[in-house]
Design a protein around this ligand. Sequence first.
Ligand SMILES: Nc1ncnc2c1ncn2[C@@H]1O[C@H](COP(=O)(O)OP(=O)(O)O)[C@@H](O)[C@H]1O
Ligand SMILES: Nc1ccn([C@H]2C[C@H](O)[C@@H](COP(=O)(O)OP(=O)(O)O)O2)c(=O)n1
Length: 666
Amino acid sequence: MFSTAFLDLPALQGASGTVTLPGSKSISNRVLLLSALCQGTTVVHDLLDSDDTRVMLAALRQLGCGVEVAGTTVTITGLGGRAWPTEAIEFFMGNAGTAMRPLTAALAVQGGDFTLKGVPRMHERPIGDLVDALRELGCAIDYLGNDGYPPLRVRQPSLQLDKPIPVRGDVSSQFLTALLMALPLATQDRAITIEVVGELISKPYIEITLNLLARYGIAVERQGWERFVIPEGSRYQSPGTIHVEADASSASYFIALGAIAEGKGIRIQGVGADSIQGDIRFMDAAEQMGAKITSGPNWLEIQRGAWPLKGITLDCNHIPDAAMTLAVMALYADGPTTLRNIASWRVKETDRIAAMANESRKLGATVEEGPDWITIHALPAGQWKRASIHTYDDHRVAMCFSLAAFNAAQVPVRIEDPKCVAKTFPDYFEALFSVAHTAAQNIPVICIDGPTASGKGTLASRVAAALGYHYLDSGALYRVTAHAALQAGLTLEAIDEAAIAKLARSLPVRFEGDQVLLDGVDVTDAIRSEQGGMNASKVSVLPAVRDALVDLQHSFQRLPGLLADGRDMGTVIFPEAPLKVFLTASAAKRAERRHKQLISKGFSANIDALRADLEARDARDMSRSVAPLKPAQDALQLDNSSLTIEASVEQVMVWWQSRQVFGSPT
Ligand SMILES: Nc1ncnc2c1ncn2[C@@H]1O[C@H](COP(=O)(O)OP(=O)(O)O)[C@@H](O)[C@H]1O
Ligand SMILES: Nc1ccn([C@H]2C[C@H](O)[C@@H](COP(=O)(O)OP(=O)(O)O)O2)c(=O)n1
C-alpha cells in the first residue's frame, strides 16, 4: 500500500496481464456478520482485508466472537446459542458504512448497552431512516450528536413485531439489508414482514443479501420489491465454509483499463459474468462504450474495442458504485457521457457527483451536474492538464482518476492521499503497476551520487519512502559482487576481471527491506563492513564488471519511479534522469558519521583510520578511468556538512516538486 502524502502516476501507455482481485467488500462484511450470528464455526475464505472488514472484525471481537485470521482466511465462532455481552461496549466504526448499518440493526434488535461512533465523515452520513424503522419495531436508540446521524446509543428493546415494519428504500439499500440480516434474531414465535416505502434503489445489493441469507439458512420470501417476509423460527445456520467472490466494483477499474489501454488485454481473476454482485453489470456499460469482453465462471478478459470510446447516456441506479468509473472512461470518448439516477452518490464517502465533477475539471474536462446526474464531455488530446487529484478520503475517487494517466497528452497525474484505497483495495496501485506499462523515459529517476558516508543511502531511501518510489542502492551491487568473487576464490584484481564480470552478470541478489540476500543467504552484515566498502571500490574499477551490472541497475527503473544512489547514477546509468543530486560533506564530518554508524551497530572503529580509509576510497573512485565519481553536468550540489537528515530530505523534495508542477493545488 502507498502511504505517501501523494502518488505521482507517470504518463502510462498500455496495459496487459492478469490481476487477481481482492474479495468483495459487500459480501465480506455481510458474511462476517452472518457468521457471527450463527452457532458454531464458519471458515471464510478470500475475505477482503480492508478498513471496513477490520472495523467489523474488531467489533465482532468486542462482542465476544471467536475471530482467527490467517491471511485471507478468517475463522469465526459465532454468538448463536451463547449469551451476548451485558456490559456497556463502545464501538469505533471509522468510516465503514457496510459495518455501521448492519451492526446497528443487529445490536438494536438483540439489545444491550452499545455506543457506535465513527470518524467525522461517518457522523455526517445519514442513518435516520434505519433508526426510524428500528424504533418502529420497538428498538431503543438515541442520537448522541445530531438527529438522524451517528454517533448512536443502543439499549434494550421492547420488540413489537405484529405489524409490517416500514423502511425507506429510496435513500440507501443498506438500511433494508441491515434489517433483513438482523430480524431473523427475532422470529422465535412469529414471521416478520418488512415493507419498503418508496422506490427501492440498488436492488442488486438486496439480491446479494438475500442470496447470502439463503446460504446461512434464512429463506426470505420476497414479494416483488415491496415486501419481504422472514419466516417464523428462522435460524442462522453456518454453511461451514464459504468463499467470498472478488469485488465486482473493484473489477470495474480493470475492465475500464482493458478498454482504455493499448496492449494484449487484461484478465481479471476472481469474478466472472455470473457473479451475484450487481456491479458486475458494469460490464454491459463498458461494452456499450467500446470494451471487448469475454468471460468464464471466475474470470473476465477485456480488450480495447472501439477507440475512441463511445459516449453514452445511462441510468446507473443498478451500478451505483461502479458507475463512477464510467465518468473517467467518458474523458476518452467521442462525445459526452451522461450518467443519470445517481442521487446516492451525494451521500457516499463524499459527495461523489461534486468530487467527480471538480476533479475532472482540473484535468481540463467540461462537466455539467445536477442533483442526480452528471455529464462529462470528452477531453481531446491537446486539452489535458497536469492535475493534482484531491481524493476526499474516497477510495473510488482515487482509483477512478488513476485511469487518467493513460491520457494522450502523456501528462502525469498526481493522486493525493493514495492510502484511501485501503477501504476496499489496499494494493490497488501495486495491481495497476503490475499490468500497466510505459516508455522508460516516462518513469522518473532521481539520482543521488557522491562520496562515501555523505549520506546518499539515508537521503535516497527517505525520499523514496516519501514518494512511494523504488530504491536502488547500487553500491550494494558492487559490494555483493566483491563478496561473491572472494567466495569463489578470485582476487579483486584485473587478472580476474572476466571471471568477476561473469559472476556479476547473473548475480543472484535480492533486496528484502534492509536485508541483502545472495543466493538466498543474508549477506547484509558481511558486505556492510568498511572492508566490504573497500573491496567494492576495488572491483568497481574494472570496466567489464561495471558493464556487467548495467542491465541489473536499469531493471530497477519501475513504476512509479526510482531513487538511485551511487557514484555514476547521474553520469552513466540514468543520464536522462530529471533530477540529479551530488551529495557531499567534509571528510571530517563523513568520518565522524561513519564512526557513529559503526559504533551504533556494535563494530569497533577508529575515527582517524576511518578518515584515512574514506579518503583513499574517494581517491580511487574519483580517479578510475571508467565512470569516475564526479557530478553530472546538470547535477545540483548539496553539501550537507551542517544539515540535518530532515533538512537534506526537505531540500531534495523542494527541488523535485519544483520540477513536477501539478495544477490546482488543494
Ligand atoms: N545530513 C546528515 N546529517 C547527519 N548525519 C547524516 C546525514 N546524512 C546521513 N547521515 C548519517 O551518516 C551515516 C552515513 O550515511 P549513509 O547514508 O550510509 O551514507 P552513504 O550511503 O553516502 O555511504 C548514517 O549513519 C546516517 O544516519
Ligand atoms: N554506482 C556505484 C556505486 C558504488 N560504487 C563503488 C565505489 C564505492 O566505493 C563502493 C561502495 O559503494 P557504496 O555506495 O556502498 O559505499 P558507501 O555506502 O558510500 O560507503 O562501490 C561504484 O563504483 N559505483
